[in-house]
Design a protein around this ligand. Structure first.
Ligand code: CTP
Length: 397
């Protein structure tokens, strides 16, 4: 996948910049053409000469270099590549990208590009964990920026934790993934994931044990297959995957709104464990033990998101897939659920505590469709996701 691809490599100012020299070599070994862009801070760590020697091409450094503008303007430079890679992506570069700044060549290229961008963050652990960086990371992921790393380990500054730039082979693999023309290229897929939280009062809520792991794995596999993924997630335990459009919600009603506001999809996978009921007399202030006995909660049924989308006449995805989390009579209940809700496929699983599926790393599913019930062997949630995505690709082809 890498042969003959053109990578624009932006080298930011971090101690990991030395690894970028090796990255240039490895990418070239795979047949890539690499055009380096060195930020002012990056040039404190590696020289333009070494980058130029290793890439066998000119290194671009300054926004207002008239010769560069005469030869190749920054817009063209940012669009001539197949992929833009930022390695190392410093906290400052990430902040500039998230804020849409364009005050030097690197940030201008990143704002002007219409190509996919992969960043390999690298910074001190406290900078990485700072809420500002995490906010910027979330914003970048929302924008569809791909992220590889950072890894956890000893840092040049003497501290330990996440912040080390991903190793060169990991970055090369991420570049390969980013360039892959997957079977779902050009298709748009919606995924719901995670639990919903239904408030009782400002401090309490009703939830369920869904970790969001299966929905996240599916969204990741869809993105890897080239799909344009909108990922609507409740408050899950696992972070959203890179390279998808993330919409975070809390309640079932918010999830329905987000799903209805999402771009029209070719397929939709409803993996969320949506709360069936919400509290209609949820308090605006904390319910107190005031000696007047136990509080009484009143419930209303939440909208059924899967059924709503399955039964819509306007913009129904060609393929609608639901999940059925059951503890008894799995196949019978799931088969009835598919017909009741009007979806095309149901991924049925037994979530009895003894199975360890809810919150665990593995899943044991039966795929129910018009063709009947197909039992899959127990496998990791990632493997279920990969297999399901292959099926989706086949159904949409
Ligand atoms: N679902 C949904 N909206 C709801 C409830 C469920 O979109 N309000 C979706 C889930 O994402 C899943 C499927 O419907 O894809 C089945 O969810 P499940 O919890 O198994 O079923 P319920 O509809 O809650 O039915 P029951 O409580 O009878 O098992």
């Amino acid at each position: 996948m890498l042969a003959d691809k053109h990578i624009l490599l932006i080298v930011g100012g971090g101690i990991a910049a030395f690894k970028s020299l090796d990255l240039v070599r490895r990418l070239r070994e795979h047949g890539c053409r690499v055009t380096p862009v060195l930020t002012r801070a990056g040039s404190q760590f590696v020289t333009p000469l070494s980058l130029s020697a290793l890439s066998a091409t000119k290194v671009y450094q300054d926004l207002f270099d008239l010769t560069d503008e005469a030869e190749m303007g920054h817009i063209e430079l940012s669009r001539a590549a197949d992929l833009i890679v930022v390695a190392p992506a410093t906290a400052d570069l990430m902040a500039k990208m998230a804020g849409g700044h364009a005050d030097d060549l690197a940030s201008t290229l990143l704002l002007a590009t219409d190509k996919r961008v992969l960043i390999a963050p690298s910074m001190n652990v406290r900078m990485w964990e700072h809420p500002a960086t995490q906010r910027n990371l979330a914003a970048l992921q929302d924008d569809g920026i791909l992220v590889v790393g950072p890894n956890e380990g000893d840092m040049a500054c003497g501290e330990y934790g996440p912040g080390r730039m991903a190793e060169v082979p990991e970055i090369v693999a991420a570049v390969d993934d980013a360039l892959a023309d997957g079977p779902l290229k050009g298709k748009s897929v919606l995924v719901t994931s995670g639990p919903t939280h239904e408030p009782i009062d400002p401090v309490r809520y009703i939830a369920n044990r869904s970790s969001g792991a299966q929905g996240t794995a599916i969204a990741k596999a869809l993105a890897a297959a080239g799909a344009d993924v909108t990922f609507v997630t409740g408050p899950a335990d696992v972070p959203p995957p890179p390279g998808v459009r993330v919409v975070k919600v809390q309640t079932a009603q918010e999830m329905l709104q987000a799903v209805q506001a999402a771009p029209i999809a070719d397929a939709a996978v409803f993996a969320a464990a949506v709360a069936d009921w919400r509290v209609t007399n949820a308090g605006d202030s904390k319910i107190k033990k005031d000696g007047n006995g136990l509080p009484t909660l009143e419930f209303a049924e939440n909208p059924d998101i899967l059924a709503t989308i399955s039964q819509t006449n306007k913009g129904r995805p060609k393929l609608v897939i639901g999940f059925a989390a059951e503890t008894d009579d799995v196949i019978t209940n799931a088969t009835a659920k598919r017909l009741r809700k009007g979806c095309d496929w149901i991924v049925a699983n037994d979530v009895s505590p003894a199975t360890g599926i809810m919150g665990g790393a593995e899943n044991d599913i039966t795929l129910i469709s018009d063709d009947g019930a197909e039992d899959w062997p127990r496998m990791t949630k990632d493997a279920v996701a990969t297999k399901l995505v292959q099926r989706i690709a086949k159904a949409l082809s």
